[in-house]
Write a new protein. Structure first.
Length: 177
């Protein structure tokens, strides 16, 4: 109607009844949001804020606990390394001691073997000398008997002659040295 009267209406301002209906509808929607939705939204936002703050506190507590556990592990690792170094040092010392003991035992056994060898050689030399003395005595007696033309069967005389002959040989051998 106003258009027909020739007045121009401002396109930004709605007509009065529409403005009134729009204002009432806005008030109803605003009241519904304010009474129903806004408390629920605030409640959810508060829960999220508490969850985030709790999560941050838990994360900080976990961070602190993880840091303390890390420090404990570092301390245990340092202690284990120290213990390993100590055990390695002890093993090296025991190894060196064992090697020294084995060398000493080997040296002692070598000395025993050498002493036993010398004793055996002396016994063999004495037995060989005794056997040689008897063989030489018999040969000398037989040879002397053939030279003299008599039998030198008297054993006591034979032994004295052989002993005297061998003693003279030994004295000459010692004098030659």
């Amino acid at each position: 109607m106003q258009l027909a009267a020739g007045e121009e209406q401002n396109p930004l301002i709605p007509p009065g009844p529409e403005l009134l209906v729009g204002t009432i509808a806005f008030a109803i929607v605003f009241f519904f949001f304010w009474k129903k939705l806004l408390p629920n939204i605030n409640k959810v936002l508060e829960q999220r804020r508490e969850a985030i703050e709790g999560g941050i506190e838990k994360a900080e507590a976990a961070q602190t606990e993880a840091q303390s556990v890390l420090e404990q592990y570092k301390a245990q690792l340092a202690e284990a390394r120290h213990e390993a170094a100590r055990l390695r040092q002890e093993a090296q010392e025991q190894g060196a001691q064992l090697i020294a003991e084995m060398r000493a035992e080997g040296q002692r056994q070598r000395e025993e073997i050498i002493a036993a060898g010398h004793t055996q050689i002396a016994a063999d030399r004495k037995a060989a000398s005794q056997s040689l003395r008897q063989d030489v005595g018999q040969l000398a007696t037989t040879l002397a008997g053939k030279l003299v033309g008599e039998s030198l069967e008297d054993h006591a005389r034979q032994s004295r002659t052989i002993d005297r002959f061998l003693d003279e040989l030994e004295e000459k051998a010692e004098a030659a040295r």
